[in-house]
Design a protein around this ligand. Sequence first.
Ligand code: NAI
Length: 368
Amino acid sequence: MQEQIRFVLSRPRMEKGPRKVLIIGASTGYGLATRIAAAFGARAETVGVFFERPADEDRTASAGWYNSAFFEEEAEKAGLRAWSLNGDAFSDPVKADTLALLRKTTGPVDLVIYSLAAPRRGMHTSVLRPIGHEYTNKTVNFQTGQVYETTVPPASEDEIAGTVAVMGGEDWQLWIEALLRAELLAPGAMTVAYSYIGSSVTAAIYREGTIGKAKEHLEATARSLDAKLLSLGGRAYVAVNKAVVTLASAAIPFVPLYIGILYQVMKDKGTHEGCIEQMDRLLRERLYRDGGSPVDDAGRIRLDEKELDPAIQKEVEARWKRVTTENLPQLVDLDGYRKELSRICGFDFPQVNYAADIDPNIAIPSLR
Ligand code: NAI
């Protein structure tokens, strides 16, 4: 968190940027980075919605809980207004509570970020599977460094429909319609949801798989929401982000090995980015740039151009073919991947004394 805040503060202050932002999925990964970029980069007021677990007697809280507590503390020190809401964003009560919170605090918002990554929504479950055929490819156990083949069975029709219901655009649409009805979208308000395309190496499991169907639905929803926001002078976009290590991406078959190779190749070329670099670019060079954001033929904002650079992809594909347990350390950013996965949960920081006794019960100030 400190590193991300420091990165944003090292950039010139955004002259144009969001003023009041609602972030749905604000506690980790891309949503958290967007919150940091909007608050510390543009001095925006932020309301963050997330689903995290506070500490109880014998368990620490989840990482996103501590992130959100720390975000609010740092925001307050910097004179930035911030509120949080912890609960299931897919549910009606949490939507209603968020509207009430906005009425009491920021009033109408001018940017709504939709950054949920979830395994289920109500009775629907999301699965990460190929469609139409089973799929076999290499994978890695990052704990042991072993590369081996694994096979993922194809999804059933119900599983495809379930994944679209969880990770597609339906819930995003419900949020935007509820905000519109409540007159909590300011004139010119924008909304952005995050998508992924990726490489030929991950196509069968990602873009052509169940999650790809959900992303297609999300992208179609952006087009219909865009039409709905026209009367407000607003816009709805999907932003296609780069593959990064997050709690969500770690759970996708084959993707961690792809990310490990990609990180090494992009670091070697000096084009590697994490969540915060991209979310800073999203605000500065896309959403709030004069003349509006550039988009691709399908109307999507693209932040994945460095990942999909043909020279990068060519090298990733070549390494993917060659990688084995033996040459893993040469071809894959094994340490980088492991370290990042630890660090998103607060581990692997040399300045932290992990043996020190601490009280894990930390409150999120606005939830007290
Ligand atoms: P993440 O796991 O780091 O963050 C997910 C967020 O959603 C957290 O704040 C979590 O608390 C919240 N959340 C989950 N279920 C919730 C619920 N029921 N109610 C309220 N909040 C809930 O995930 P990440 O990777 O940042 O993903 C965010 C979006 O970015 C997703 O749409 C993902 O597909 C997209 N994306 C991710 C990429 C990656 O490589 N990680 C690449 C491109 C897009």
